[in-house]
Design a protein around this ligand. Structure first.
Ligand code: HEC
Length: 146
């Protein structure tokens, strides 16, 4: 009988330990996620890195100079056209968080054109901050915010 109780105790501890382990791992991951998210929002973007991402993912539509005249914008009739990112009058008034949202979630999510893709799957929050920093350098007149 004593032996039986001992076995139950061992098994209970084992299962308990297992549950705790799983919980600890997911809690850790959860913390990582929060850390990452806050870093993504507070981190200052790096325009040099953003330029590389822009050339890879954005110039097809927005054009090399960001003027909205990329090759795809000519073949597919987009209405409205891809945004002219060098139009400082318009772009400088856009808040960083709005730009972040449309790049991450896509045009459809913010009631804009469905042709503006969602990049949240392939780009991290930091990558998007880099892109925003780069887009800010395209503006004429120049962007004077931070
Ligand atoms: C398939 C074409 C296409 C690609 C690729 C694309 N865009 Fe767009 N984008 C658009 C279109 C079209 C709009 C206009 C949306 C509207 O005004 O309704 C737009 C709008 C935007 C806006 C909104 C500006 C505003 O506030 O009105 C931002 C910012 C933007 N794009 C950034 C990017 C970035 C950064 C990339 C690359 C990571 C990218 N886009 C790739 C088509 C594209």
């Amino acid at each position: 009988m004593k032996r039986y109780l001992f076995m139950v105790l061992v098994i209970t501890l084992y299962v308990f330990g297992f549950v705790i382990t799983i919980y600890a791992i997911s809690a850790d991951e959860f913390l990582e996620m929060i850390k990452f998210t806050s870093k993504a929002v507070t981190k200052k973007g790096d325009p040099a890195q953003g330029k590389i991402f822009y050339a890879m993912y954005c110039t097809n539509c927005h054009g090399e100079k960001g003027d909205g005249n990329g090759p795809v914008s000519g073949t597919v009739k987009m209405d409205p056209k891809p945004r002219n990112h060098s139009d400082g009058k318009y772009m400088n008034a856009r808040k960083g968080e709005d730009l972040f949202k449309i790049v991450k979630l896509g045009g459809k999510a913010v009631d804009k054109s469905v042709y503006m893709p969602a990049f949240g799957v392939i780009l991290s929050g930091e990558d998007i901050m880099d892109l925003i920093a780069f887009m800010r350098t395209l503006a004429v007149p120049p962007y004077s915010g931070n």
